[in-house]
Write a protein that binds this ligand. Structure first.
Ligand code: DAK
Length: 260
């Protein structure tokens, strides 16, 4: 396994772990973090064995945002280039053909929340805070937060939190549907692993195509989205997993899926 300076990357029993690891600066995202994330995503796109991914942070924060110290001296051209590269990696994370669970262990602010928004499911530790405080720095959420947050939660709430730059408690995030569960910090990783295992017990090809249908469909109107579903759904009937899933049901036994 490749060692990275700013990210701990490991795999165990079908689950890959991406752990942001710059605890001295609350895992702030600099250019190098995104370069490392790019390599990790290259690996995950090619990896057929890994069936789920968990993203979290080392130390007291998940990610406290983009690295303000590094960004401070950016020219408009550098800012644009950094934004394009970072956005591309978050788009690739969002569309990774495997379920991605975000374990929010502490602050997920600015770019940190934008990473979490690019994951499929968010579980948060009680006491952790999320938010898009960029307007307090004179910028707005430029890694996708201005687009993904209002699509995920009520646009009025998204505007409220982007305009005020207020931190959002775990409970309020749950109330708004921004996260799926609030658990204690001790329970966070066991719960995320159990959730990954539960998902992995189902047909991997079905999950991959469900994710594709949902992500693509969210960018379309209802009719073209349903048409798109019908097209990719048909492909499932040619898979070995679909046959073994249905045969197992009829034979009253547990299915065995082979990701084919
Ligand atoms: N960047 C750099 N360093 C950071 C940091 C960050 N985002 N957040 C924290 N740190 C550093 C602190 O400076 C401090 O360093 P030392 O003083 O020890 O050297 C260390 O981490 C510990 O932080 P604190 O001492 O502040 O810890 P506290 O527990 O007191 O406070 C906090 C925790 C999370 C409330 C506080 O650190 C904080 O407010 N952090 C900043 C949060 C924030 O504003 N995040 C948004 C960043 S802006 C772009 C698109 C998008 C973006 C950028 C560009 N383009 C399209 C170009 C995204 C921007 C952002 O994410």
């Amino acid at each position: 396994m490749t060692e990275y300076e700013n990210i701990l990357y490991s795999k165990e029993r079908g689950i890959a772990y991406i752990v942001f690891n710059r605890p001295k600066v609350l895992n702030a995202l600099n250019r190098t973090v995104f370069e490392e994330l790019k390599e990790i995503l290259d690996d995950l796109y090619a990896d057929k064995e890994t069936l789920a991914v968990i993203v979290t942070g080392h130390g007291k924060a998940f990610v406290a945002g983009a690295d303000i110290a590094e960004m401070r001296q950016y020219t408009p051209g550098e800012g644009r280039e950094f934004g394009i590269f970072a956005q591309e990696q978050l788009n690739r994370l969002e569309n990774l053909p495997k379920p991605v669970i975000c374990a929010i262990n502490g602050y997920a602010l600015g770019g940190g929340l934008e990473v979490a928004l690019a994951c499929d499911i968010r579980i948060i530790a009680a006491g952790a805070k999320v938010g898009q405080p960029e307007t307090a720095l004179g910028i707005f959420p430029g890694f996708g937060g201005a687009q993904r947050l209002p699509r995920l939660i009520n646009p009025g709430n998204a505007k409220y939190y982007i305009y005020t730059a207020e931190h959002i408690s775990a409970e309020r995030a749950y109330e708004m549907g921004l996260v799926q569960e609030v658990v204690t910090l001790e329970e966070l990783m066991p719960r995320c692993k159990a959730l990954a295992e539960k998902i992995m017990a189902n047909g991997p090809v079905a999950i991959r195509l469900a994710k594709q249908a949902i992500n693509e469909g969210l960018n379309m109107g209802l009719r073209p989205a349903l048409q798109y579903d019908a097209e990719i759904f048909g492909a499932l009937f040619g898979t070995e997993d679909r046959i073994s899933g249905m045969e197992a049901f009829l034979a009253k036994r547990k299915p065995e899926f082979h990701n084919r």
